[in-house]
Design a binder for this molecule. Sequence first.
Ligand code: FAD
Ligand code: NAD
Length: 464
Amino acid sequence: PGEQLDQDPKKKTIVVLGNGWGATSFLKSLDNEEYNVVVISPRNYFLFSPLLPSVTVGTLEARSIIQPTRYITRHKKRKCAVYEAEATDVDPAKKTVTFRDASETNEDHKEVTISYDYLVYGVGAENQTFGIKGVKEYGCFLKELKDADRIRRKLLDCIETASFTGQSEEEINRLMHMVVVGGGPTGVEYAGELHDFLIDDLRKWYPEIADKLRITLIEALPNVLPAFSKQLIEYTESTFKANKIDVMTRTAVKDVREKSVLVQDANKNTHEIPYGLLVWATGNTARELSRKLMSKLPETQTNRRGILTDEHLRVLGAPDIYALGDAVAGQYAPTAQVASQQGTWLARTLGKMAQAEKLKEELNQLRASGAEQADVERVVKKLNRAAEVPSFTYSHQGSLAYIGSEKAIADLPFFNGSFSSGGVATMLFWRSAYISTLYSLRNRTLVLTDWAKVKLFGRDVSRE
Ligand code: FAD
Ligand code: NAD
């Protein structure tokens, strides 16, 4: 594979697994002058996840929030190999990665194994189901673009079917009941978007049944958004109340069936709740690939939630593997902010390591050639600076969440900790924060155009 990858055998090879928040910010910041770089991910684009809930109801179009990874790698100093493939195994002892192209067009799905000098492990996490039966079969997750597309199609299917002639009252009520499980930011933002769709569009396009639409958010803990401040939790819960989003706290889903969920309340009573669409947003768990890697390092990898690293992001037990983002079970929350800061830090660190290697070579040559002491000292100083790698530290820039009806909440490190408000100003703040963090001018233009289109024409209710 070396030849095929167009690698320079004199340079070290970095294999990057994934192209999410962590891996993409790494790729953007890396100076690859001194490295061969191979990127492997089952999708060939970066997804801007904070705006994913907006795709579920058509506020934004799916393609507006993705960016092909080749947009980034093609601007690099040296060529990078990008493979749309899934890593199936990592061998930390042999320092190899095995991967395969799982696409429909490639029928043989042959596995390829390549070596790495450094592995950047940014495969993210999988959806948590707690082993509850029926979740994968009947529920919709909200993590990938295909999930948002599926929700959009299923939502419209429920509405069209409820509008079909001769439906019983009971069936209409079931079909128009949208249940969201998990009151973390994903569930809350989705419920908010759904509410906007009801108010702005459903009443216009489906006046006969629009008011039958009910949204229920089920959360096992005593309140939604456990990671936000008390003030913001109260603000969110009262906004939802005003928007007629039914919030069932201290209620855990125990079983998922095709048309209903079984829940248990705080008094241990069990109820059956019929639904038309079920969105499952109960957080993360480690990917199969991560579990496999962890099982190869049993002495150091002892946390079932994910990979353990040291403060330099080196995987415990395999120091040539750097893990970042949601794949890691560490002190940080699984957020885009953490993953992207880790990616940038790692790019800088590997850049410094390459610089240190070069300086070591220069030093050896100077010493071998009997150079002046002053010249040697000058290089030694530079080498010491390059070899100094501070550990990763996270700087929290605040959390933002959109909760519907032009209201957003913000937990910011300034304003004494938290800040919440509603109305046009907050919307503009929320929107401008996301527009400025979008990776490219192309994405910014597409997102702004989508917002303008929705303002002018409403959301598109065609079911593709
Ligand atoms: P991901 O971004 O999930 O990327 C993982 C990558 O690994 C993907 O490219 C995937 O294709 C690839 N991959 C998977 N399996 C393999 C394999 N076997 N081999 C190779 N590659 C593989 N965080 C915030 O800070 N702010 C927000 O507003 C916010 N909003 C969110 C909204 C939603 C709806 C969701 C779901 C999450 C949100 N998050 C937000 C969380 C944020 O998206 C994650 O924390 C972030 O994506 C983690 O980055 P990552 O690089 O670790 O993983
Ligand atoms: P989460 O882990 O934050 O929340 C999941 C919720 O589901 C928890 O409150 C949990 O108590 C509840 N739950 C679990 N099992 C349940 C059950 N059986 N029945 C009912 N409730 C149950 O998950 P998330 O919202 O997907 O967020 C994942 C990560 O992504 C978090 O770190 C979050 O901060 C980040 N994120 C951030 C934003 C934002 O900042 N706007 C948006 C989305 C996600």
